[in-house]
Write a protein that binds this ligand. Structure first.
Ligand SMILES: [Zn+2]
Length: 284
């Protein structure tokens, strides 16, 4: 083969590999379901394994029982809510795969009208900015006042984003403050001092976006008392986790979490064989 032909073959095979990779991402990285009149999509930033080093309060026998391989499925996900009223994002992930995932569903950054922020960690607000510029030109940001006041990185990101911020005072699970039609904000302080969940409700159906209530589903479902190093207040985080799991299992409310592996959404039920523990059944 001539050198040009070799080069062409190499370039062509790279192009094919890249095309296949993007096809794989488009199908593996997005999961869509209906919640009443809304369409909710999980947009995966990354699917990966988590380590034991981040766990707080896990006994060695529980680790052996629930995480026998020494690692567990973990992810970073953004959620997108679509309705006739427009496009809403719950968090923005790192901002790595977000735009591509949105594009695969025919949504452009300028279509996003509102962004609900669960908290200020980089894997949730990283996508607000693109090269230090506002990534969503028409979107209003909703964030809890407590998180804004606590977090310098939240304030810095919003300064760069350029105003257009709605400070929210989240309510309780039974009585959350309405932020947008069909969306209520619920305080779940513990992971961070302003960590906020969002309850979507439409036509009798509900879905709770619980942000970082969990990071290691494999052990935090059977043992909700286990916290992680990223929890600002591990004790409070565990208390909140237990009360939210009790509430969603009793009321049969499915949940979506930023660190739940694909599809990122599922049903929670009390585990009858393991009092105080829960089971997670992913949607399909
Ligand atoms: Zn997180």
């Amino acid at each position: 083969m001539k050198i040009e032909a070799v080069m062409f073959a190499v370039i062509a095979s790279f192009a094919l590999a890249a095309a296949l990779a993007s096809v794989a991402c488009a199908s593996d990285g997005v999961f869509t379901m209906k919640v009443g009149g809304f369409e909710v999509s999980m947009l995966s930033e990354v699917q990966r394994k988590g380590g034991l080093d981040i766990l707080i309060g896990a006994s060695s026998s529980d680790v052996e029982r629930f995480i026998p391989d020494g690692e567990y499925p973990n992810a970073v996900a953004v959620y997108m809510i679509r309705s006739a009223d427009g496009v809403v994002l719950v968090d923005t992930g790192y901002g790595t795969a977000l735009e591509r995932n949105m594009e695969s569903l025919g949504v452009r950054p300028e279509d996003v009208k509102d962004i609900l922020i669960t908290h200020s960690h980089g894997d949730h607000i990283g996508g607000l900015l693109k090269e230090e510029e506002r990534a969503f030109p028409n979107a209003r940001i909703h964030v809890s006042k407590a998180e804004y006041e606590w977090s310098p990185s939240m304030r810095d990101a919003l300064d760069k984003y350029g105003g257009d911020v709605n400070m929210i005072g989240p309510g309780t699970l039974d009585d959350g403050a309405e932020v947008l039609p069909g969306v209520r904000a619920i305080a779940a302080y513990g992971h961070t001092p302003g960590h906020t969940m969002f309850m979507l409700e439409s036509k009798g159906e509900r879905l709770l976006f619980w942000g970082d209530l969990t990071h290691a589903m494999a052990i935090q479902m059977p043992r909700p008392g286990v916290s992680v190093r990223y929890d600002s207040d591990p004790v409070k985080a565990a208390e909140v986790r237990k009360s939210v799991l009790e509430y969603v299992s009793r009321n049969k409310i499915p949940a979506a979490g930023a660190h739940i592996a694909y599809p990122g959404v599922g049903d929670i039920s009390a585990d009858q064989e393991n009092p105080g523990g829960y089971r997670f059944t992913p949607k399909n």
